[in-house]
Write a protein that binds this ligand. Structure first.
Ligand code: KDG
Ligand code: MG
Length: 402
């Protein structure tokens, strides 16, 4: 008789920040681990898993990853959406982990073998003003990073995306959304000044920037043009992408390389952006878009249009997602870059991983599976904490894109 799934559960823990982890066990004694973390909405995914889909897996053959994926996607009738696709991703990655462990291979071998030995990554540098930001970039360069995402406070704005308030870290729990403020004209004036100085001080670094969905297509085109002399690696999320065709305007008006997709959860969110070549990099990653099974389809479509991967890798994606992403990155022919932000210190008490960041690159491990383990007893010491992402308002109080 073929192998069977004997147990499946989703566990929420908070070692410095909340993570949802899927554990699937088999009759042959293997355990697969998946990440199903959706920042600020963790319990919704945990309930989707524990109350709705994990009970359906018991008794199924874990090797039938594609069939289980189709069963959970098509079979739900209600397709797509971040909660559904994150839950499916948690199951999918756990099943790939099991398959690779059963084969005694690192996951990248199952996907088709290595296309490269290491993955270029970028990390974050931010500061309240330009001087502080330059110091932060210098520190990252000293640590060996070759690519840095640069965000700076904007004169006239109290609190904006990507810039920590004094004394605060990215992992401080927020029991209600913090409200940032926003003024597009202040930002459009400040951003070129920041990058002019940053490029002068760091001629050889890859510089990236995240506009976090806040502009109209015309404003994004203005920003892109103003940044062209500073040779950005990419400008991320200049406009929201619910309307994919709105990216045409940005694309027609500037040659600055573009990146989009961290909030996407299916190939349909990106289809037009890809087939019309409206972006250069796609950031949709494994945990939020149905796992390895679905993101492989997205990456293959991108390859046809010379679009490269640039997976989301903020630290609200657990070490499991990073492990899976690095095996994927090791294989995928059209790899571009991988975002990297280190996890909270306590995460290492719950997760064990064999991937590593050194010399400005990420390295996948060689253990069978995706190489990330999960200690359930340790996780129990870090119970869930309610926590929210920020929101953003214009000066007059209007709620704005975040
Ligand atoms: O959960 C959302 C964050 O991961 C996101 O805001 C971070 O924009 C982000 C980035 O580029 O890492
Ligand atoms: Mg982003």
């Amino acid at each position: 008789m073929s192998n069977r799934i004997t147990a499946a559960r989703a566990i929420v823990c908070s070692p410095g920040r909340n993570y949802v982890t899927v554990v699937i066990e088999t009759a042959e004694g293997l355990a697969g681990i998946g990440d199903a973390t959706l920042n600020g909405r963790e319990l919704a995914v945990a309930s989707y898993l524990n109350d709705h889909i994990l009970p359906l897996l018991i008794g199924r053959d874990p090797s039938r990853i594609e069939d289980i994926w189709q069963y959970l996607y098509r079979g739900a009738y209600w397709r797509r959406g971040p909660v559904t696709m994150t839950a499916i991703a948690g199951v999918d990655v756990a099943l790939w982990d099991i398959k690779a462990k059963a084969a005694g291979m690192p996951l990248y071998q199952l996907l088709g073998g290595a296309s490269r030995e290491r993955m270029l990554c970028y990390t974050h540098a931010d500061g309240a003003d330009i001087d502080e930001t330059l110091a932060a970039i210098e520190e990252k360069q000293r640590q060996g990073f070759a690519a840095v995402r640069v965000q700076s406070g904007v004169p006239g704005l109290d609190r904006i995306y990507g810039v920590h308030a004094p004394g605060e870290t990215a992992d401080d729990p927020h029991t209600a959304p913090i409200e940032g403020d926003w003024d597009t004209s202040f930002y459009l004036r400040h951003a070129p000044m920041l990058f002019e100085v940053a490029r002068e001080c760091f001629p050889d670094l890859h510089l990236l920037h995240d506009a976090h969905h806040r502009l109209t297509p015309n404003e994004a085109a203005q920003l892109g043009r103003s940044l062209e002399p500073y040779r950005l690696f990419w400008l991320e999320d200049p406009v929201p992408a619910e309307s994919q065709e709105s990216w045409r305007r940005v694309r027609q008006m500037t040659t600055v390389p573009l990146a989009v997709g961290e909030v996407f959860n299916s190939i349909w969110d990106a289809q037009q952006l890809i087939t019309e070549r409206l972006t250069d990099y796609l950031r949709t990653t494994i945990v939020h878009a149905g796992g390895v099974t679905h993101v492989r389809r997205i990456a293959d479509l991108c390859a046809l249009y010379q679009i490269r991967t640039g997976f989301h890798g903020a630290n609200d994606l657990s070490p499991v997602t990073m492990g899976a992403a690095l095996h994927f990155g090791r294989w995928v022919p059209n790899f571009g870059i991988q975002e990297y932000a280190s996890h909270p210190r306590q995460a290492a008490e719950v997760f064990g991983w064999d991937w590593a960041c050194r010399d400005g690159h990420l390295h996948s491990g060689e253990a069978a599976g995706h190489g990330v383990s999960f200690d359930e007893a340790a996780a129990a010491r870090f119970p869930y904490q309610r926590r929210y992402l920020d929101v953003n308002r214009l000066k007059d109080g209007t709620l704005w894109d975040w």
